[in-house]
Design a protein around this ligand. Structure first.
Ligand code: NAD
Length: 255
């Protein structure tokens, strides 16, 4: 990745943090985009102290104006953007309608539906739209989107999240077709169950069940997904386009 500039959205924590470290170790200059200023700043300093190249930009991917401004600032600073890892994501889980003792006791709110779509689906669109023009001009680019196995198979209690992730897979296939001719490949990664803050909020019973259903018998680590992002961003992956790479320990094929 020497000489390459990579944006990693949601880069301050979890999979994004492991990705920023992996890309920096591989020689890329890394722009960490996140809403979480403190964690992002500390990470950029840690990478720089270890001899890598990194900067933090406070960006909410749901804010199109902020995304466009951050791209302009990054181009001013480093002159190019080669890789976009659309990794930022959130959950707001709730059943469509929740029934208890025969009564409807709750339903998925408009706010929770819209917030997840704004970050996990529209944020991916906004970031890709912002970086694509200069990738087209330079005839090289890699856009890699965080989907999820649930975007392929659905999941109980995740209407909003699954809608977004399935949409991300759809957009990946559209952009693979639209941008391939300019030397830009667009792929998605579909993680299974990965041990990060996002999954730590799940009830222990659900976590144990996920591991029990994973043939390799463990939770994924952020580094497992970072390795897939890094491979898809590499020169060697130049003929992989429009793919959805599961990184799930075999979860979806079941045990
Ligand atoms: P995480 O919660 O540990 O980290 C997400 C990061 O994204 C945080 O740093 C957060 O501040 C940032 N973020 C959230 N909203 C943002 C916004 N609007 N703008 C900018 N940054 C924002 O999550 P994670 O587990 O590392 O997940 C990373 C990606 O992988 C997500 O897209 C997630 O949906 C996907 N994924 C995770 C798992 C899993 O099991 N952890 C499984 C499948 C897919």
């Amino acid at each position: 990745m020497n000489g390459r500039v990579a944006i990693i959205t949601g880069g301050a924590n979890g999979i994004g943090r492991a990705t920023a470290q992996a890309f920096a170790r591989a020689g890329a200059a890394v722009a960490i985009w996140d809403r979480h200023q403190e964690a992002g700043t500390v990470l950029a300093e840690t990478i720089t102290a270890a001899g890598g190249q990194a900067l933090f930009q406070r960006v909410d991917v749901a804010d199109a104006a902020a995304v466009d401004a951050a791209v302009a600032a990054l181009l001013e600073r480093w002159g190019r953007i080669d890789v976009l890892i659309n990794n930022a994501g959130i959950i707001r889980d709730a059943q469509l309608v929740k029934v208890k003792d025969g009564q409807i006791v709750a339903r998925l709110s408009d706010a929770d539906f819209d917030t997840v779509i704004a970050v996990n689906l529209k944020g991916v669109f906004t970031c890709a739209r912002a970086v694509a023009p200069q990738m087209i001009a330079r005839r090289w680019g890699r856009i890699i989107n965080a989907a999820s196995v649930v975007g392929l198979y659905g999941n109980f209690g995740q209407t909003n999240y699954v809608a977004a992730k399935a949409g991300v897979i759809g957009m990946t296939r559209v952009w693979a077709r639209e941008l391939g001719r300019y030397g830009i490949t667009v792929n998605a990664v579909a993680p299974g169950f990965i041990a990060t803050d996002m999954t730590q909020s799940m009830p222990p019973k659900v976590l144990e069940a996920m591991i029990a259903r994973t043939p390799v018998g463990r939770a994924g680590q952020p580094e497992d997904v970072a390795a897939a992002y890094l491979f898809l961003a590499s020169e060697q992956a130049g003929f992989i386009n429009g793919a959805v790479l599961s990184v799930d320990g075999g979860l979806v094929i079941g045990t």
